[in-house]
Write a protein that binds this ligand. Sequence first.
Ligand SMILES: [Zn+2]
Length: 266
Amino acid sequence: MLFPATNGRRFTSRHYKIYYWIEYSVSKDKIFCFPCRHFSANIIASGKTAGNLCFVNYGSKCKIWKEQTLSLNNHQRCKTHVICVQRWNDYLLVKKNHSLSIANQVNNVRQQNIIENREHLKFLLKAALFLSKQGLAFRGHNESDISKNIGNFLEILDMFANDKIKLRLQARYGNYTSPEYQNDFISSIAQCTRQIILNSMNKFGVYTIMVDETKDLSKKEQMSFLIRFVDKELNICERSVGCYGSNPYYFLKYCTFFFTSVLWTL
Ligand SMILES: [Zn+2]
């Protein structure tokens, strides 16, 4: 291809092989620098150096084309150009391998964070499950820093949690280990346990409900709820499904919930 001639000399495509970064504009008959045009943001104000201005803003066009090589070589050595080429290469690398992109790395960190949070929560749930199963108290009389025994739940975490979980625990102390969270764990475990009991019932629809009332240590009336049924292997089972305060309102609420669950399951 023949490019426009000036003073009998013209641009040659051989330049593309030597200077891979150049762009040639046929309409303007000028040479521009691709990386400097696209990747020079925040380096220096455009046009501060003669070389930069020449290849970015108005293009390079030597009146005598044989001096073009000198101009290209000078630009190639200029510091701004070197930085722009490095940015261009980085861009190409990220485009080729998406795992190197910032968005992807941020997303990976988030995913890792979610995994670690779940591990943390799993440990707390296991501790709550152990105490619930063994019928042990969660809380201690004194859970302050000076206490020698901060209660079963916190003591288990202190004794068995690894350093990573402990570090997270310290960062969120009072959140995932506060009494409110402990009650949430107990409530979730109770809900799952009740569901497992209901699922194990035989579909005959025959069961007995036993209710009894007694006072607990704090002299509060508690209504215990037991269910007797035949499971899917035809074994006779008797399971406790809850112990509720005998406040008539809550009792009615729990009874409604329970019967709805049983009837819905069967
Ligand atoms: Zn350049």
